[in-house]
Design a protein around this ligand. Structure first.
Ligand code: ADP
Ligand code: MG
Length: 565
């Protein structure tokens, strides 16, 4: 610390580049500050720092296994966010002067690079805008940030009470909440369920732009008796809720009665949520994929023949490529790719589906004879029977789906009702006029991807990086991930970009599933830091799922991929 102070005094008012002299480690007694990368000027992205406490005096049961450790690290990230808000004044000059940051979180708990908890220390990976007046060093402001604010953030956010400000009881609640959700998700296969929604859950969100729970007027979830399941959780004990069994489940109901809200909660149920989210005990199979139409996406060598037969001109769909898919072909590709990487549950919302992909009525069957599309309604049962892939499908308008549903959950004023018996009456009263054209489906052939076709060149450099939540920049191309509805955080996008960078560098022809599984196995063994650090600082990453990782590579253009032989 004296060295840091002396250096700051020495470089005061000098050109901004003089901040380089701060690089390296500084002992603060309570912790060590590592200044890993010094920004070039006050307007550049902030400088990268790490803070490592000298001891870890938290109760070791808070991080005694991998699930707890991830939850505890998530808790500490939020605790640092809170302390930054409380302590740091921010803006102290030009550009990002005086900003202190840690990775932003969502409502979801994920492994991240922001905090590392080890038995001997806690390390926070952060960024600081080193203060400038104009373009020269402002040592006085820098002293306030580094010598006053930072230590206070550390004491308040990374050290347990009574010495520091971290409340062990709140930490325990956080960890136990995550542990229960993880346990609950693990129970699903054994119970023959694909998803579970606990009674009392709050599903609606504050707004379309906020993932926080709706506070005023939210109707808490109450399970219909026929689907009520009771389960025992390690911390919460006995709870009840709606279990959604394997097979085909229809969620029906009038417009604005909460159908999409329920489906969306299920789609986020692949992740664990923070206490207070309302969806803490809403879980789905971890490999569930929400699929939708995505016209305009590129498709490379995907076998969509189970859903779409040969195209005009005799073009085969066993090896389908296009730079610009239609609504129906994009949705078919999304499903084929989800099955290829592995899924046991598809989530489909009529709102975001291509109509001609979902259904074809008798009149159209009669009029249009040369239709390559087998509508999803004909495939939804065979998908379960032949491939073990269940579906939850939300419908408001298409009653034909009643014929293929194993069960119907009707939402009325946000309250779910078991409408299966009533739907049977309806189908007796209005029988289908044309028989279902159901047939067995084969799994799509897995593809081999030639990763040397991923071009990272941008001028003289090679780039692969995340740009916010929805974009990956690969060389001079941008990969659009806007329609990956289960991508939760920009940190996941960054991690995906870095994995793709490694694939591109290796330049191999490999199966998609193989690539994805190997990459994630390596990350789970060696940690997210193994995807790249700068002098020990990894930047901001969160763990992606196999499904989003595969989805990202599948959207790279141009990508050489063909069915594996
Ligand atoms: P649908 O898909 O059936 O048309 P949505 O799921 O889009 O309906 O929900 C319509 C509106 O109702 C949304 O604004 C949503 O936030 C709200 N909503 C959904 N579920 C609930 C609930 N349980 N309590 C209160 N409001 C809800
Ligand atoms: Mg809807």
């Amino acid at each position: 610390m004296p060295r840091l102070e002396a250096t700051l005094d020495r470089i005061d008012r000098r050109g901004y580049g003089a901040y380089k002299d701060l690089s390296g480690s500084h002992d603060f007694g309570l912790f060590v500050l590592f200044i890993d990368r010094v920004q070039r000027d006050p307007f550049a992205p902030p400088s990268l720092i790490r803070i490592r406490t000298k001891a870890n005096s938290f109760d070791p049961t808070l991080f005694e296994n991998p699930v707890r450790r991830v939850a505890f690290e998530d808790f500490l990230t939020r605790s640092v966010v809170r302390e930054i808000r409380r302590v740091v004044r921010g803006n102290r000059g030009s550009g990002g002067s005086g900003r202190v940051e840690i990775q932003r979180t969502s409502q979801i708990v994920l492994p991240r690079t922001s905090i590392v908890v080890e038995p001997g220390y806690v390390e926070a990976r952060m960024a600081v805008g080193l203060p400038a007046r104009g373009r020269s060093v402002d040592a006085r402001a820098a002293k306030t940030v580094l010598l006053e604010e930072l230590p206070e953030v550390v004491r308040g956010g990374l050290v347990p009470a009574p010495k520091g400000g971290v409340d062990a009881e709140r930490a325990r609640l956080h960890i136990e909440t995550v542990e229960d959700a993880d346990h609950l998700r693990g129970l699903l296969p054994g119970l023959g369920l694909v998803a579970f929604v606990a009674d009392g859950s709050v599903l609606p969100r504050e707004s379309g732009a906020s993932d926080r729970p709706l506070r005023d007027g939210a109707v808490p979830f109450g399970s219909p008796v026929d689907y009520r399941v009771e389960v025992e959780l390690p911390n919460r004990g006995l709870i009840s809720g709606m279990g959604i069994p394997e097979g085909v489940t229809l969620v029906a109901g009038g417009g604005f009665h909460g159908k999409s809200t329920l489906l969306s909660a299920l789609s986020w149920g692949v992740y664990d949520h923070v206490p207070g989210d309302g969806r803490e005990l809403v879980v789905a199979r971890g490999d569930a994929v929400k699929v939708r139409a995505e016209d305009g996406r590129s498709v490379s060598g995907v076998d969509i023949s189970a859903m779409i037969g040969d195209l005009p001109g005799g073009r085969t769909t066993k090896d389908f490529s296009t730079p610009n898919a239609s609504g129906s072909t994009s949705q078919a590709a999304n499903i084929a790719e989800a099955i290829e990487v592995g899924t046991s549950l598809l989530l489909v919302d009529e709102d975001t589906s291509a109509t001609n992909f979902m259904i074809r009525d008798e009149r159209m069957r009669e009029l249009v004879r040369r239709e390559p599309i087998s509508p999803f309604i004909d495939l939804v049962r065979p998908l379960h029977r032949s491939l073990g892939v269940s579906t939850v499908v939300v419908v408001g308008g298409v009653g034909d789906y009643l014929d293929v549903a194993d069960r119907v959950i009707l939402l009325e004023d946000y309250v779910p009702i078991d409408a299966t018996p009533r739907s049977r009456e309806v189908t007796r009263k209005f029988p289908p006029r044309a028989p279902l054209a159901e047939r067995d489906v084969l799994p799509p052939r897995e593809r081999a991807i030639d990763t040397s076709s991923i071009d990272l060149r941008r001028g003289k450099r090679q780039t692969a990086r995340g740009r916010g939540l929805h974009t990956i920049e690969l060389g001079s191309e941008r990969v659009d991930l806007s329609y990956l509805e289960q991508l939760a955080e920009a940190g996941q996008t960054e991690a995906v970009a870095r994995v793709i960078r490694e694939w591109a560098a290796a330049g191999e022809v490999r199966g998609v599933g193989e690539l994805v599984r190997e990459a994630l196995a390596s990350v789970s063994e060696k940690g997210l830091d193994s995807l790249g650090t700068y002098r020990g600082h990894p930047g901001e990453m969160s763990l992606p799922r196999a499904q989003e990782l595969a989805a990202a590579i599948n959207r790279v253009r141009p990508l050489r991929a063909a069915p594996k032989t």
